[in-house]
Structure formats: structure tokens, C-alpha cells
Design a binder for this molecule. Structure first.
Ligand code: IPD
Length: 304
């Protein structure tokens, strides 16, 4: 069957809502639990979690997609964890994280979501990110702009970015930057991250060598929602090392359609935010593990 962008986007939005109901139900059940069974939810370590709700949500999404689009391919975080390793080919391919921000979900912090991306001919073309706890939906399809639908906006979609701010920002000093610590806590990784984050927020005039003194640093615990924040303009830049295609596929479309830039790298580029080996991530979205997402910053502050 021919690939229809509008029809597929609408299906993805409906799917995000039905999956959202499963996630909310899971969240309520977790609140009622007497105790957390940590052994059951630890994946790689205490900073990498998976719950029954992640798995149930992915099963639901996968089944609905197979029913409606039997010829489409599917790549999901939990199917991957269970040993499926499909390659990204030219067919429409759904790339899904059933709960992005699982730690937030487990702790009862509302900043978690389902992230549904679709690639066609190896390019991300549809992105749907829905936070059921915040009742906020972000969506985009290639060439048609990115939108937010939130109770805060009285129920009608608003085009992203939300605010008409002077762009690019005059300097990195005016930027709010989101970073993540990730689940890899080896000394080498933590030292590099600590150094990069100190450089971002330190004040060079007060003794921090190379300090950029950004306006604020955030660490929100969901790659997909951090990217949505860059798209809406509430965060100016987000950087992470160690995420997967399902964390960033949907967000890539949303950010790009909102006029932002998504860069990716396979190389070890952590120590330098402006590393030349960051390139446009499309269409190799599955190959990189390192991402830098931003809105235009630094026209007058060239070094940034
Ligand atoms: C994770 C979150 C987290 C990010 C990790 C992701 P998950 O997704 O987005 O913020 O630091 O890279 O894997 O495990 O909650 O689906």
C-alpha cells in the first residue's frame, strides 16, 4: 500500500492517546503499591529501568500497528531488549519508545511520555510525543510543521516554536541547556560529563577555564520531552550521549519541523560541544548514540 503521511500521522496520534491510557493506569497502580520490587525493574543497573507498563504499552502499540499496517516494520525499545534487532530499511518503519523517562515514571515525576517515530526510506518523517501525565501532545510530519496540543492552550494546536523570540539567541549565556547523566556511570564517562557540564555553566571571569556561563542547566530525564522543549523554545539546547533511535526518532522530526537542528555523532565527541564530527543525523539515525539538538544560538557570539 502507498505510504500516506497524513493518515499515518493521525493514526500515530490516536495510538499515542490509547497508549497514554495504559501508561496512566500503570502510574496509578504504582502509586498503590506497598513496595517497589527493584529486582523486577532493574535492567543494566540502578539507573536503567524497565517496568511491566513499558512492556504492556509496547505490546499494545506493536499490535495496533501490525493490524492497521501489516507491511510496516517495527523497532521498539522493549522488543530490541528482548533480542529483536531489525535493520532500518526503505519500508515505513515505526520506531517507538513505549515510556521514555522510565525513571520519572517509576518515581511519579510527570515528565515521561510515549515517543512514536516513523521513518520512510530511512528518513524520520513523523514524530508523535505524548505525555499522559501532563496531557500534552507534540506532533509533526515532514514539511507540515510541528505542533503542541495542551490543556494550557485551551485545546487547539499551536505551531512550534511557541514564542516569537529574537533568533538566534545573542549568546550561549542567554541559553538554557539540558543535559543528561545517562546510565553509563564509568569513571571515564562521568569525568568527561562533569567537565563538559562545568564548562557549560562555569563563569570564565570567575576562574572556570573556558566557562560559558549558560543561563541555566536542566536534567529532565526524558530525551523525547527534552527535544520537545527545544522545539517549543522553552529550552534552547539539549545534549546527550548514549541514547537510542527510539529516544530521538520522533523528536528529530518535531525539532526539525520547528526550525531547530538535530546533530548526531558516532565518534566520541563529548568533550567538545562544537565537535566537527557532529553531522546531520538523518538518515543514519539508528547508528549514532550521541546527539546535540539546538535552536539557533550565537550569531553575535561566534565562538559559541
Ligand atoms: C532514557 C531517557 C533518559 C536518557 C536515556 C534514555 P528510557 O529513556 O530518555 O533521559 O538519559 O538516554 O534511554 O530508558 O526512560 O526509555
Amino acid at each position: 500500500a502507498a505510504f500516506n503521511l497524513d493518515e499515518t500521522l493521525q493514526f500515530a496520534i490516536d495510538l499515542a492517546h490509547s497508549a497514554g491510557a495504559i501508561i496512566l493506569d500503570g502510574a496509578r497502580k504504582r502509586e498503590q503499591m506497598d513496595d517497589v520490587d527493584w529486582d523486577a525493574i532493574l535492567k543494566k543497573n540502578t539507573a536503567d529501568l524497565v517496568t511491566e507498563t513499558d512492556q504492556a504499552t509496547e505490546r499494545h502499540v506493536k499490535e495496533k500497528i501490525a493490524e492497521r499496517f501489516p507491511d510496516h516494520e517495527f523497532i521498539g525499545e522493549e522488543s530490541w531488549a528482548a533480542g529483536e534487532e531489525p535493520k532500518l530499511g526503505d519500508k515505513p518503519t515505526w520506531i517507538v519508545d513505549p515510556i521514555d523517562g522510565t525513571t520519572n515514571f517509576v518515581k511519579g515525576f510527570s515528565f515521561h511520555c510515549i515517543s512514536i517515530g516513523v521513518c520512510y526510506q530511512q528518513r524520520p518523517v513523523i514524530g508523535v510525543i505524548f505525555s499522559p501525565a501532563l496531557q500534552t501532545l507534540y506532533y509533526a510530519s515532514s514539511g507540515n510543521g510541528a505542533f503542541r496540543l495542551s490543556p494550557a492552550d485551551g485545546g487547539s494546536p499551536r505551531r512550534l516554536p511557541l514564542a516569537k523570540r529574537p533568533a538566534p539567541l545573542p549568546s550561549l549565556k542567554m541559553a538554557v541547556v539540558a543535559v543528561e547523566w545517562g546510565s553509563d556511570r564509568k569513571r571515564e564517562t562521568i569525568e568527561k560529563k562533569t567537565k563538559a557540564f562545568a564548562t557549560l555553566c562555569g563563569d570564565a571571569d570567575a576562574g572556570v577555564e573556558g566557562g560559558r556561563m549558560v543561563q541555566g542547566v536542566r536534567s529532565l530525564g526524558s530525551a523525547a520531552l527534552s527535544m520537545s522543549c527545544v522545539a517549543e523554545g522553552s529550552i534552547d539546547m539539549w545534549q546527550e550521549i548514549g541514547c537510542w533511535a527510539w529516544d530521538v526518532c520522533a523528536g528529530t522530526v518535531i525539532v526539525q519541523e520547528a526550525g531547530g537542528v538535530v546533530l548526531g555523532s558516532k565518534a566520541d565527541a563529548l568533550s567538545s560541544l562544537s565537535s566537527p564530527d557532529f553531522g546531520h543525523v538523518t538518515p543514519q539515525i539508528l547508528q549514532g548514540r550521541k546527539y546535540l539538538v539546538l535552536r539557533a544560538i550565537g550569531d553575535t557570539d561566534k565562538e559559541s
